[in-house]
Design a protein around this ligand. Structure first.
Ligand code: AMP
Length: 216
């Protein structure tokens, strides 16, 4: 199954994406994770993306198209993928549609995570993230060790774009540039499934699975 996760920053796309990927036995592809790894490794991609990411702005569409293409045409995604944060603008949605059409594939569903802005601000301002496995934590401090699933000894950090100014910017960017993508999918025949993304991790996962239905 090929599923796009759409929703504002802090809605839980990454966490639920991990769960869905494990359940459906497909990889999770997150452009944010790819970009953060590139920044950490100091690659040309990372150097080009860092300033925009730190401000809470989007990186240019052509950069994202390149990442999408590489991730989706590889063997790992042959049976599908969970695309987390990969589509954030209408040109990116069009690019993904065209790229999939060229290999005779299409999206199965767009899973929309619904969370109030106040809850998002509360979540993001209390979030730390592992610098290795990239999992988010709430109620844990920067500098604490992470228990990464693969045994790597990661350290919890505060993402620079989780600072208050960047959080506000990311929420504005979501409203201006990503919200219209939801309408674009509705108009262009996408199967958009909206779920209430407030609740325990198990509750939200159950809603996602119920929303995807037996076709998954
Ligand atoms: P995320 O981890 O999904 O919150 O992404 C972190 C940051 O990476 C975003 O605030 C953007 O600067 C950048 N980014 C990730 N995915 C995209 C995308 N599809 N389009 C543009 N910028 C992106």
């Amino acid at each position: 199954m090929l599923i796009v996760l759409l929703g504002p920053p802090g809605a839980g796309k990454g966490t639920q994406g991990e769960r869905l990927a494990a359940r459906l036995e497909v990889p999770k592809i997150a452009t944010g994770d790819v970009l953060r790894a590139a920044v950490r490794d100091g690659t040309p991609l990372g150097l080009a993306a860092k300033a925009a990411m730190d401000r809470g702005d989007l990186v240019p569409d052509d950069v994202i198209q390149g990442i999408m293409k590489e991730a989706l045409t590889g063997p790992a995604a042959a049976n599908g993928a969970i695309l987390d944060g990969v589509v954030r603008t209408i040109p990116q949605a069009e690019g993904l549609r065209d790229m999939l059409a060229s290999v005779d594939r299409e999206l199965d569903a767009v899973l929309l995570f619904d969370v109030e802005t106040e809850e998002l601000v509360r979540r993001l301002s209390g979030r730390t993230t592992c610098n290795a496995c990239q999992r988010p934590f709430f109620g844990r401090e920067p500098g604490e060790p992470c228990e990464c699933p693969d045994g790597t000894k990661g350290i919890l950090i505060r993402r620079s774009d989780d600072e208050p100014d960047a959080v506000r910017k990311r929420l504005d960017v979501f409203k201006a540039q990503t919200q219209p993508v939801i309408e674009w999918y509705r108009k262009n025949g996408g199967r958009v499934i909206a779920i209430n993304a407030v609740g325990t991790l198990d509750e939200v996962e159950a809603r996602a699975i119920a929303g995807l239905g037996p076709a998954r």
